[in-house]
Design a protein around this ligand. Structure first.
Ligand code: KIV
Length: 304
C-alpha cells in the first residue's frame, strides 16, 4: 500500500532537513498515471509538455486550459497516491485575475490538488489570487518553455551573475508569497544549488543539477518512447519505442500469415446453434472430425 502524498507533506520535504529527494514525473493519461503510482512517485505533473510530447507541436504554446483539464481528469480518475499537479498553460493566467482563478479552479475540479505556473515575480499578483482561492501553487523558474519566443528558443538560463541573482531573488519572492514548491528548469548545476539553498520550500529540478530537493522528467523520455532527441539532462530507463515497434511488427506479421487470431482467441459457436444453422451437415456430434470444426469448433469450454 503506497503512502498518500499531500501538498503539506511535499511542502515539508527539504533535503537539508533530512527529507528524501522528491520524485516527480509527467503523465497525461490514465495508463501512465497507473504506472507512475505503481512506481511510487511523489508527484504527477500533468504538464503542458503534452503539447509537444503527445500532440506533436513544436512548443507548449498550443495547449488550452480545456485540454489540460481533460488530461488532468484522466490522470486523477486513477486516484493516484501522488499529488496531481495541473499545469497552467500559456494564456490561462496572463489576461485577468478573474480569468486566472477560474482557470486554476477548472484544473482543481478536474482532479488536480494544486497548479503549477511558469514565471517569476511578475506572476505574483496572479499567484496570490489563486492562493486566496485556496489553491496551492507550485512555481516554475529558469528555462520556462512558455517564454521560448522571448528567450529565443529553449535556452539554458542563469549564465550571467546578474541573471543568477535575479533567479535567487525571484525564488525568495515566490516562497514569500506562499508557493509550496518550486520547479527549476534548465540552469547550471551550481545555480540549481544556490536557489535551493536560498529557499525553505522544496525545489524540483529538470536540467538543474543534482542538488535540488527533487527531480522531474517527462514520462516518455524516461521510458524511451520519445527517441528522436535526448537532451543532456535526460536519462532513458527503457526502450519503449523499440519495444512497441517490435510488438506491433509481430502483430502485423501474425495477421498477414493468419497466425492471429488462434482458436483460443475466438468466440466459438455453440453446438446447438451450429446444428440449427446446419453447419455440421448430417454428421452426428460424436463423429465430427477436426476438419468439420475448421469454421465452427464445438469446443464450448472456451466460449465466453
Ligand atoms: O510541462 C512540463 O512537462 C513541465 C516540466 C518540464 C517541468 O513543465
Amino acid at each position: 500500500m503506497t503512502e498518500l502524498r499531500t501538498v503539506p507533506s511535499i511542502r515539508a520535504t527539504k533535503r537539508r532537513h533530512g527529507g528524501q529527494s522528491l520524485v516527480m514525473v509527467t503523465a497525461y493519461d490514465a495508463p501512465s498515471a497507473r504506472v507512475a503510482t505503481d512506481a511510487d512517485v511523489d508527484l504527477i505533473l500533468v504538464g503542458d509538455s503534452v503539447a509537444m510530447v503527445v500532440a506533436g507541436y513544436d512548443d507548449t504554446l498550443h495547449v488550452t486550459i480545456e485540454e489540460m483539464a481533460y488530461h488532468t481528469a484522466a490522470v486523477a480518475r486513477t486516484k493516484p497516491s501522488a499529488v496531481v499537479v495541473g499545469d497552467m498553460p500559456w494564456m490561462s493566467f496572463h489576461v485577468s485575475v478573474e480569468d486566472t482563478v477560474t482557470n486554476a479552479a477548472s484544473l482543481i475540479r478536474a482532479g488536480a490538488k494544486c497548479v503549477k505556473m511558469e514565471g517569476g515575480a511578475k506572476r505574483i499578483p496572479m499567484i496570490e489570487a489563486i492562493l486566496n482561492a485556496e489553491i496551492p501553487v507550485m512555481a516554475h523558474i529558469g528555462l520556462t518553455p512558455q517564454s521560448s519566443n522571448v528567450m529565443g528558443g529553449f535556452k539554458i538560463q542563469g549564465r550571467q551573475a546578474e541573471a543568477v541573482h535575479d533567479l535567487i531573488d525571484e525564488a525568495k519572492q515566490l516562497e514569500a508569497c506562499g508557493c509550496f514548491a518550486l520547479v527549476i528548469e534548465g540552469v547550471p548545476n551550481a545555480v540549481g544549488k544556490m536557489i535551493t539553498d536560498a529557499v525553505d520550500i522544496p525545489t524540483i529540478g529538470i536540467g538543474a543539477g543534482a542538488d535540488t530537493d527533487g527531480q522531474v522528467l517527462v514520462y516518455h523520455d524516461i521510458i524511451g518512447l520519445e527517441n528522436r532527441f535526448k537532451p543532456r539532462f535526460v536519462r532513458r530507463y527503457g526502450t519503449a519505442y523499440e519495444d512497441q515497434v517490435a510488438a506491433l511488427s509481430s502483430y502485423a506479421q501474425d495477421v498477414r500469415t493468419g497466425a492471429f487470431p488462434a482458436e483460443n482467441e475466438m468466440y466459438l459457436i455453440k453446438d446447438d446453434l451450429a446444428d440449427a444453422l446446419g453447419l455440421y451437415g448430417s454428421t452426428a456430434p460424436g463423429e465430427r472430425s477436426e476438419n468439420d470444426s475448421a469454421s465452427v469448433s464445438p469446443n464450448n469450454e472456451r466460449n465466453r
